[in-house]
Design a protein around this ligand. Structure first.
Ligand code: PLP
Length: 361
């Protein structure tokens, strides 16, 4: 009975590097010879100080985060940051701008409105079923506290390779699904938010990177979403997600060993290129997203025949290609190719799709 190699194409929580899983196994009974598991150590211990400070520094190194930015660790997922960002930052005009690139941009709009922030959608590609990216015409008048974008649209499979020019308006980026997988100039953002469970480990940890001058302006915010308070407390106002921060630290070390974000982007281009090339030359499959807007990490594709899609998803799972079902709003299939997905996984997927096409025409 030969074990099949499993490749997990899920959109998140996502596949992790094998070496990180192995390190966790090794560390689990006794972290750094302490006789305690990492899940048992105090967040007020020197051991944990080492973990959180290393993770912060490694993130700074990998992303080139300037000194005048804070690196903060929150719980509550990126969804909580859809609330936290307007409460902390939208304190001048109480109005933000947003580019509607799909589901997660719409969620950000909804949560901002729930806390009384006005949201102007400056462009939307809803009419194109989000197969393109909304283009910002111009933002000459600064009447917004910031412009919110989703750098990579996990469900629709689009990503910004060039950031919109926002003029004097701050740019806020939800980078959840291409954080550390594609290079961006951090100086162009006032704030970046990202859940950890795609390219940085496990759910339960959310990263916020924010420029110093934008925080500390609103008094008496709920403590758990107060950026200034978390900056002052080194993200340890209360018990932080110790295990998730430890895991993120291991992933960051792995990323450094692999050659950093530029190397990840090179690999992600290579992996997604292999899949897009196959799809574009296929008679059966279509990749609906416009070429210039295609994501390096989330690749939706369809046959146009829902019963055939269902058959394909089941057959793929039988050979160890897991979780390629598309999001219910888009249908069809989606392959997520995060940093820890090896090239060999995409080769196996393309090989499978090729055979499936031959057998089903
Ligand atoms: N933003 C993007 C781009 C996402 O892909 C997701 C989750 O998949 C979220 C936000 C929501 O993140 P969370 O589940 O951590 O709240």
């Amino acid at each position: 009975n030969v074990m099949t190699t499993i490749y997990n194409f899920a959109a998140g929580p996502a596949t992790m590097p094998d070496s990180v899983i192995n390190q966790i196994k090794e560390d689990l009974p006794s972290y750094a010879n302490s006789g305690m598991s990492v899940m048992e150590i105090s967040h007020r211990s020197a051991l944990f100080d080492g973990i959180i400070d290393d993770a912060k520094q490694d993130l700074r190194d990998l992303l080139g985060i300037p000194d005048n930015y804070q690196v903060l660790f929150f719980q509550g997922g990126c969804t909580l940051q859809f609330t936290a960002a307007p409460l902390n930052l939208a304190n001048n005009y109480h109005r933000i701008a947003l580019l509607d690139s799909g589901h997660w941009a719409d969620r950000a709009r909804d949560e901002a409105q729930r806390v009384g922030t006005k949201v102007d959608v400056l462009a939307s590609t809803k009419a194109d079923h989000y197969t393109k990216l909304p283009v910002l015409k111009s933002l000459t008048q600064n009447t917004y506290d910031y412009l919110h974008i989703t750098t990579n649209n996990t469900i629709e499979g689009t990503a910004y390779s060039e950031l919109p020019d926002t003029g004097a308006t701050e740019l806020v980026g939800d980078m959840s699904s291409n954080f550390l997988g594609q290079q961006y100039d951090m100086k162009k953002f006032g704030l970046v938010m990202a859940g950890a469970q795609k390219n940085l480990g496990i759910a339960g940890l959310t990263i916020v990177i924010v420029r110093n001058d934008l925080i500390g302006k609103v008094k008496n915010l709920p403590s758990m979403i107060d950026y200034d308070l978390f900056a002052k407390k080194n993200s340890m106002f209360n018990t932080p997600p110790v295990f998730a921060i430890y895991t993120a630290g291991l992933v960051l070390k792995w990323l450094k060993e692999q050659g950093g974000v530029s190397e990840m982007e090179r690999r992600n281009r290579q992996k997604s290129g292999l899949l897009y090339d196959f799809l574009d030359n296929s008679q059966l499959f279509t990749a609906p997203v416009e070429k210039a807007a295609r994501s390096l990490t989330n690749v939706p594709f369809i046959t146009g025949q829902p019963e055939l899609d269902t058959k394909l998803i089941a057959q793929a799972a039988d050979v160890g290609l897991l979780n390629i079902k598309g999001h219910r709003s888009v249908g069809g299939m989606r392959a997520s190719l995060y940093n820890a997905m090896p090239y060999a996984g995409v080769e196996k997927l393309v090989d499978f799709l090729n055979k499936f096409e031959k057998n089903n025409r």
